[in-house]
Design a protein around this ligand. Structure first.
Ligand code: PMP
Ligand code: GLU
Length: 388
């Protein structure tokens, strides 16, 4: 092989691949109705853009401290205390990275040794298993079930833990299921991990996108000594292209991650850090309209999907994805599985979605509702007429 075994073992991100395919088709003049993209369709709010322009005009164009600017760390500390009740963090507990994806990799690569095991709940976000491979560690998949609203069960976790288990990857609100884990589960998992000295990486990137009367609970509140919180500005503030995420955790591990980051990327983008400072310091009123729009779209989408024969869709409480079960619909069409349905939808109707298999769950489809209500209506009309 002309390249390393580790890189040879990785697969391409299927979610990014869908986005790329949609963009290619659009460039060719095809009108694609895209339920594929995992990013808000809104533009970054103006007050955030203004902060970036000011940073540029004020010459904030050099390397920053490898671990990020102190002002942004302070804003993150205040946010974690105010929104999540996480007290006691200082600047030494915070690392600013180039997106939550990079923040996650910093954490995974700092914690795992070759042959360690990391528990990943399926359906899982596509990058967890691949990032674990970069550390030559092994993912142990623990399935979650639609009947349990895709929340993991403690008995399944207990059955999967071995002497090699070093880490559990937690993601609530969840991509791809939209599940928001209950306080009861979070507390039980914290107790379990403390007893066995297992690390938790808690990916909370969809925290602000939560509906109905549901609440987000950070496991760091119950397990601060073993939790690495991952969050960022991509989803809540419509800032996916700015590439800023952050980590909060015990001081000594953050120090190691900052050292790693310093060797790999020097520091996150300076201008984007100042823009993220404005975003996090905002009072939230400038982003509430996005959350409210997502909620309306979710309601519409779930209702419509459940009227289509062969599709069963639970109503998720967070993120901007629905994860319907499509087994019966696939069987009726005489297809082999969700992958074939996804290809068929794109080819016949120019509707883009992601197959559940990308997330370790055959028989499901991920549909993102981070697209306008008109497009959602049009896309669902097409899915309906194709499946009927
Ligand atoms: N975690 C999850 C669950 C995600 O869906 C995403 C979206 N790309 C990320 C992390 C990474 O977000 P970003 O790197 O854009 O901050
Ligand atoms: N997280 C998004 C998604 O799941 C963006 C794509 C990616 O980063 O892989 O679609």
């Amino acid at each position: 092989m002309p390249f390393s075994e580790i890189v040879g073992s990785l697969s391409e991100s299927p979610t990014l691949k869908v986005t790329q395919r949609v963009n290619e088709l659009k460039a060719m003049g095809v009108k694609v109705l895209s339920f594929g993209a995992g990013e808000p369709d809104f533009d970054t709010p103006d007050y955030i853009k203004q902060a970036a322009i000011e940073a540029l005009n004020n010459g904030k164009t050099r390397y920053t401290t490898a671990s990020g600017i102190p002002e942004l760390k302070d804003a993150v500390i205040r946010k974690l205390e105010h929104d999540n009740g996480l007290k006691g963090y200082t600047r030494k507990n915070i690392l600013i990275s180039s997106g939550a994806k990079h923040a996650l990799w910093n954490a995974v690569f700092t914690i795992l040794n070759p042959d360690d095991e990391a528990i990943v709940f399926a359906p899982y976000w596509v990058s967890y298993t691949e990032q674990i491979k970069t550390a030559e560690a092994r993912s142990v998949i623990v399935p979650c079930h639609a009947e349990n609203h895709f929340e993991p069960r403690m008995e399944d976790i207990e059955a999967s833990v071995t002497a090699k288990t070093r880490l559990i990857l937690l993601n609530t609100p969840n991509n791809p299921t939209g599940a928001v884990y209950t306080k009861k589960f979070i507390k039980e998992l914290a107790r379990f991990c403390r007893e066995r000295s297992i690390w938790v990486i808690s990916d909370e990137i969809y925290e602000k996108l939560i509906y109905d009367s549901k609440k987000h609970y950070s496991i760091a509140k119950y397990l601060p000594e073993k939790t690495i919180v991952i969050n960022g500005v991509s989803k809540a503030y419509a800032m996916t292209g700015w590439r800023i995420g952050y980590v909060a955790g015990p001081e000594w591990i953050i120090k190691k991650m900052a050292m790693l980051q310093g060797q790999i990327t020097s520091c996150p983008n300076s201008i984007a850090q100042y823009a993220s400072l404005a975003a996090i310091q905002g009072d939230g009123s400038d982003i509430e309209y996005m959350r409210a729009a997502f909620e309306e779209r979710r309601d519409y989408m779930v209702e419509r999907l459940n009227t289509i024969p062969g599709i069963h869709c639970k109503k998720p409480s967070g993120a901007f994805y629905v994860f319907p079960e499509i087994r019966e619909a696939v069987e009726k069409m005489g297809m082999r599985g969700a992958d074939e349905l996804v290809e068929y939808l794109l080819e016949k109707s120019s509707v883009a979605a992601v197959s559940g298999t990308a997330f370790g769950a055959e028989g499901f489809l991920r549909l993102s509702y981070a697209t306008s209500l008109e497009e959602i209506k049009e896309g669902l009309d097409k899915i309906e007429s194709l499946l009927k």
